[in-house]
Design a protein around this ligand. Structure first.
Ligand SMILES: C[S@@+](CC[C@H](N)C(=O)[O-])C[C@H]1O[C@@H](n2cnc3c(N)ncnc32)[C@H](O)[C@@H]1O
Length: 217
């Protein structure tokens, strides 16, 4: 279920638990948290949250691939754990989806958003629009933890950059890379503020951001 990045089920679960521990130490995850796992895939993070914390305030996984959400609903739904399929467009994962963007939440309804390897497959129009939806969905003081490809001295946005990273990128939005300053302009324009940045240590060389919706504006 974890794809090419995981040697076996143990590695898959270990990666999820590691991310849950990072969400605790870096983004305030507790057993009370209402967590949105945006682009949850088959629910990798949910496995880690259950393993490490048991039940939390609310775990809500959303994705645009019906087969993954159906699998997660069948195998991972439990009290406090739910999954929703959103039929919105992404050129790679759901090209015929709706152009009406949503992340499946009400305004000011989540404490924490997690999005691992989601902006790494997103165009430069959807990205700022989704950052704005994320800012609106978070409570004041809430945080988002996400990964993406950012570099210095590159074009603002590029699809499948040649000779970059460990893979030979093929097909729509296999790898989307931003100039760091350009990406952070999108973050700032959404009203979110960068709290933490770590370059290049995530899957395939992505960078890690923790951002916050300011408590007082
Ligand atoms: C590389 S996978 C990462 C899956 C998961 N976050 C993980 O780390 O295991 C990227 C996921 O983002 C989802 N995705 C892309 N655009 C999305 C959107 N607009 N809304 C929700 N999910 C989206 C894809 O369907 C895919 O499952």
């Amino acid at each position: 279920m974890g794809g090419a990045h995981f040697k076996d089920d143990d590695a898959f679960i270990a990666s999820a638990v590691r991310d849950v521990e990072r969400l605790e130490s870096m983004a305030g995850l507790t057993t009370q948290t209402r967590l949105l796992d945006w682009g949850c895939g088959a629910g990798r993070l949910a496995v880690g949250v259950r393993e490490h914390l048991g039940r939390i305030g609310d775990y809500h996984g959303v994705d645009i691939q019906p087969e993954l959400i159906t699998w997660a609903q069948r195998h991972l739904t439990a009290p406090g754990y739910r999954f929703t399929c959103l039929d919105v467009s992404n050129e790679r994962y759901n090209p015929d989806g709706s152009s009406m963007r949503t992340i499946g939440t009400e305004p000011s309804s989540i404490d924490l958003l997690y999005a691992y390897s989601v902006f790494s497959h997103m165009n430069d129009v959807d990205t700022p629009a989704y950052l704005t939806l994320i800012a609106q969905a978070l409570v004041p003081g809430g945080r988002a933890f996400f990964t993406c490809f950012v570099e210095e001295g590159v074009p603002d946005w590029e699809e499948n950059p040649a000779n970059y990273g460990p893979l030979d990128w093929k097909g729509r939005l296999h790898c989307t890379r931003f100039a760091r300053a350009h990406f952070e302009e999108h973050v700032n324009a959404s009203g979110l503020r960068v709290e933490f940045f770590e370059y290049g240590q995530e899957t395939d060389g992505q960078s890690l951001y923790v951002v916050q919706r300011p408590a007082f504006i």
